[in-house]
Design a protein around this ligand. Sequence first.
Ligand code: NAP
Ligand code: MG
Length: 496
Amino acid sequence: MTSIFDSIRFPSGEDGKPIYKMLIDGEWRESSSLKTITVHDPFDGSVVGRVQKATKEDAEAAIDAAFKAKKSMADMSAYERSKILDRIADLIEDNRDEFIDVIVAEAGKPRSLAEGEVTGTVERFRFAAEETKAIVGEVVKGDNAPWHQNKIAMVMRQPLGVVMAICPFNYPLLIGTAKIAPALAAGNAVVAKPASDDPIVLFMLAKAIEEAGMPKGVFNIVSGSGSEIGDLLFSNDKIDMVSFTGSSSVGQHGAKVAGMKKIQMELGGKCPAIVLDDADIDTVVKECMAGSFKFSGQRCDALSRILIHEKIADKFVSRIKKEVAKLKMGDPRDASTSQGPLINKWAVETVVELVEDARKKGAKVLCGGKRGEGLFYEPTVLDKVTSDMRIAWEETFGPVMTIIRVKDYEEAIELANRSQYGLDSSIFTNDVDKAVDAGKRLESGTVQINGAPAHGFGNIPFGGDKESGIGREGVRTNIENMTKRHSIVFNPRYKG
Ligand code: NAP
Ligand code: MG
């Protein structure tokens, strides 16, 4: 069977698995070093394929191409940009199964979640296509000062120029899209860099962008080791904005080397769920299960601290134990699998270390607490976690529900806000006054009332405070971030 992606890959001599090329300046190229990165299926360790290992020269060529193309992109009409974005969505839909299969294989993501990721991606491109046509400026009168009563400014919205999109492994298609779709909608040229663990699906998106009619050089993609080419991707002067999603440590380093350019940082989280004693227990159980265990907890917005009122903690725990028993570890391709593997051995090591530390300091392991075969870690519930344990504060990024019992609402708020992170938080209660109070006081970009973190198709602004980042994403929000205001001021001399 032929596929639109055949032209961007060729079979490897080693084992016949595909090697993907990079899109630089309208050409699908190999790395100048001819080195590749092997992409493994985290489920069984088999080779999914290979991608190029870009050198600094390759990354520079991609940035130069975007820099050269930014003028033609800025001149493209909103009508044309919108049509191209819609065509990208069509092409993803036409090749939906292949996108899903690749996410399942390279990220180890259970199939239903990979399906959701592809649907969310299509919807974001469609939303960006609509928003492209809604970019408007403003007219400002100068009459707030007595000496320029007559002035009138026409404030236009212009693209920034070149946007660098650095992407994490956990939503290998969707998070790239959260940056790329609004960047193109706003009229920017783009360079994208996928995570080395699961980069292939973003090359497929690149092909869809090319096929949809994007002019040469406007969209470029390079794969390579973040530690080797990363500083260049942050610091190159031809880049106007870096939109980065990944760990807080890499983000903080990137912010230091970025220099005079706009930065957007979507970083780590340690999201709390406050559960008060009047909460609807069915909702709490359902939402906390999804919040803690979806994609095996490999989500920045995972609920990884359940701050529960001691009066209802026992009831919650007994319900949770029954729910966790229903989770099924296995091949992410099987429809019955809810828990796939973790992304790599370092991810497993982090979970092992954090659970061991908690166990040694007296946490109660209600279930799990062990690694499985390969890159699996059993779904785990830790009860009676206390503030001296690392897992109360450090990002786990694994399938662990961490239960911290609290005596009252104020203690819960204090513990929630003591974190260095501030991405999302949830509160479960039927007391509307407390819900509103928590909504105002919780130090995070989003507060969910009676729900686990979820952010729609990019219409609800999303992002973190403190070490969780700088700025907010979302289609409209990012079009705002990725445009600048440009004022043309009229100074009329004639006044009749
Ligand atoms: P990561 O290890 O920080 O990597 C993210 C990206 O940065 C990858 O493309 C990586 O490339 C690249 N990179 C690594 N070192 C770099 C450097 N020195 N300079 C520039 N780029 C560099 O994060 P991850 O493990 O993929 O993702 C998990 C993390 O992302 C978690 O902390 C999670 O909370 C966070 N996250 C946040 C959000 C949010 O919206 N706030 C969403 C999703 C995930 P290589 O793969 O080649 O190293
Ligand atoms: Mg990583």
